[in-house]
Write a protein that binds this ligand. Sequence first.
Ligand code: DGT
Ligand code: MG
Ligand code: MG
Ligand code: MG
Ligand code: MG
Length: 269
Amino acid sequence: MAKSKFEYVRAFESQELCLPNCFVVVRVDGKNFHKFSDVHKYAKPNDARALRLMNKAALRVLVEFSPEIVLAYGQSDEYSFVFKRSTEIYCRRRDKLVTNVVSHFASSFGFHWKEAFGEDELKYPPTFDGRAVLYPTLTNLRDYLSWRQADCHINNLYNTAFWSLVLKKGLSPSEAEERLRGTVSSDKNELLFSEFGINYNNEPELFKKGTVIVRSMNVNVPVPLTDESAEESAFFLSKMPKLASNFQIRNCDLIGNPFWQAVESLVDV
Ligand code: DGT
Ligand code: MG
Ligand code: MG
Ligand code: MG
Ligand code: MG
């Protein structure tokens, strides 16, 4: 094929490759979801419709890039996708990886909106950012996921106490903030129990733990802490490619050893 005189501009393109042998974690996060959650009247502190939609968009990403993503973890407006360390997808080109994941996630979020939100319309197109982080060891990867799950727990405990004070006791946001200043976890647990009759341990695992999706293929993920009801499975599998049924969606602990004993042979490849 004849080359045009313009072809030389290609040489200006640069590309970064993800270091060999490292886990590639792509994390997406909603842009200004403080506002997005307000405009779409998300329930406070947690909106199960929104979290289930995030899970469904994430499942789409695992299916689209199957079998390269072995694990994903999501909470709030974020999701982390773990590519197996041996992945050769896009020759490990960083830009390709991040942009393909984030755009597939965002379009899936819009695509499945109605299944989660029904008559409540999507009022404007949501935006997600994306980044890739490389982890050389399984310990680093475990610590990364533990960090995200601990973040989920800390925020959820705070938000549950905060919104109880505001919505059930009529405190203003600044009064609630003042009331919680300097409290530790046990104080918040106690406050929820004594003032609102809430046993934090009994809150839904979806809210307390976030969600992990495992490319299952025979691994026996322990503690199906959520009952994966028929209704829930139907939600995840509707309007999805068949392959979606090969993934396990759980709201389980990622910090302790049992989860890793079950998935290590799947993840560390
Ligand atoms: P960013 O990420 O820098 O563009 O800004 P934001 O506003 O997305 O900040 P971020 O990602 O740190 O915090 C997530 C926001 O999303 C936070 O304002 C709470 C909101 N959000 C996420 N999930 C829920 C939910 O289930 N219910 C409610 N009410 N809000 C939620
Ligand atoms: Mg942010
Ligand atoms: Mg955000
Ligand atoms: Mg966030
Ligand atoms: Mg092209």
